[in-house]
Design a protein around this ligand. Structure first.
Ligand code: CTP
Length: 401
């Protein structure tokens, strides 16, 4: 799986830097092309000559590297790499990555790269469990980075605990699994709906909701990162789709979302309905701007089309359809009812009673319920991680098989 993969390996100042030599050796043996970037502190632990010899490329430490784009090395490297692996990743480098600090070549490359990032932390146990460090790791995870947690055992300080960088063999195994997943959905096409819909009252006012679109965008990114082509039909949000495999179709109203989804769905392998679609819209839009009168104002609202239910009706056997349910009470029963009425393959339940779940937050706590009523509950996680669980579930439906 690593054959011909281009890996930018960042080595930072940790005693585990000595393991970088074995790591480079294993990666090269697997067929990967490895370019090593070291921080100044890393040179105290292992010589650039060792890593240059094993990687068969000059090791880069400074901002300016004549043999790799000169002053522009970070941009060149960022575009070249299929993966940025930071191993060992010190608490200092992880903290700087989380904050966007760019005071060495490794950090500028991280900011300039478009490829996935994997970090393998290495540090003493109390540094690892410190709230500041854990928060930095959570920030990296929430941006989609894969963190290979350190192992437990005897540490260089003589203390016992979690902090030893994972063994090079295990890191390589995790990278293989990572790249395997990357092609898991190649040739597949999915529709994802995301964000709120806005239903116009007049030229300047609308009925909307607090959906930020984050969950749907994370699902689209996760599908695309596994090789799928994704059409993301999104209501008005302030997010952008980063992955080149995502085609963004911006809509405003439930009716527009319905028409777009119905047009796209028949040619797809499935859809994930993550949009918070308005259930009602003003019966008619007032031309211009409504003036404030003396009395109260009544608006007549009529129901919008249930997009998920319509897709459920036209769904073919080999297509997968997943929806969401945001519930305040009788969560399981209501979600199961929605799943059956809309002919979904599974439904992702959010409870309004769970802190950190639902609208306008960057975490979510979900329970996935399948057609048979079987449920899997997940812990509170950043939305990109929740997206992985949802896409794993989609994959387990054996799409198109
Ligand atoms: N949905 C949809 N079109 C609608 C309403 C909902 O596609 N007009 C989809 C949502 O994207 C979600 C699922 O249906 O995947 C459930 O949405 P939700 O708003 O929780 O359910 P409703 O059926 O609208 O029921 P209620 O609001 O009464 O709970």
């Amino acid at each position: 799986m690593l054959s011909e993969k281009k890996i930018a390996l960042g080595v930072t100042g940790s005693i585990a830097a000595y393991k970088a030599a074995s790591l480079v050796r294993l990666l090269v043996k697997e067929g990967a092309e490895v370019k090593v970037l070291m921080t100044g502190a890393a040179k105290q632990f292992i010589t650039p000559l060792t890593l240059a010899t094993l990687s068969k490329h000059p090791v880069m430490v400074e901002f300016f590297n004549p043999e790799n784009g000169g002053w522009n090395s970070h941009v060149k490297l960022g575009l070249w790499a299929d993966l940025l692996l930071v191993a060992p990743a010190s608490a200092n480098t992880i903290g700087k990555m989380a904050c966007g600090i760019a005071d060495n070549l490794l950090l500028t490359t991280y900011l300039a790269s478009k490829c996935p990032t994997v970090v393998a932390p290495a540090m003493d146990l109390d540094m690892y469990t410190h709230a500041a460090h854990q928060q930095n790791l959570a920030t990296l995870r929430s941006r989609g980075a894969l963190v290979i947690a350190p192992a437990c055992g005897e540490l260089a300080s003589g203390l016992q605990g979690q902090g030893r960088m994972e063994e090079p063999e295990e890191i390589v195994r995790r990278l293989r699994a990572f790249f395997e997943k990357k092609n898991q959905l190649s040739g597949k096409h999915f529709l994802v709906t995301a964000g709120p819909t806005c239903e116009s009252i007049d030229a300047v006012r609308f009925i909307g909701n607090y959906s930020s679109g984050k969950m749907g965008y994370c699902i689209a990114e996760e599908l695309a990162s596994r090789g799928a082509r994704v059409t993301l039909v999104s209501g008005p949000v302030s997010l952008t789709a980063r992955h080149a495999g995502i085609t963004l179709c911006k809509v405003t109203s439930a009716q527009e979302m319905y028409e777009t989804a119905m047009r796209i769905f028949p040619a797809t392998d499935g859809a994930v309905m993550a949009a918070a679609v308005a259930d009602f819209a003003p019966e008619s839009k007032v031309e211009g701007k409504l003036k404030r009168g003396d009395g109260s104002l009544s608006l007549t609202l009529s129901p919008t089309k249930d997009i998920a239910a319509h897709l459920g009706r036209i769904k073919k056997k080999k297509q997968a359809l997943a929806g969401f349910a945001l519930e305040a009470a009788n969560e399981y029963a209501n979600a199961l009812k929605k799943l059956r009425e809309k002919n979904l393959d599974f439904i992702v339940l959010n409870s309004m009673n769970d802190a950190g779940a639902g609208f306008n937050v960057s975490t979510n706590k979900v329970c996935i319920i399948d057609k048979n009523g079987a449920q899997t509950a997940y812990e509170l996680k950043p939305k990109p991680e929740v997206a992985k669980d949802i896409v794993d579930k989609l994959v387990s439906l054996k799409l198109g098989g």
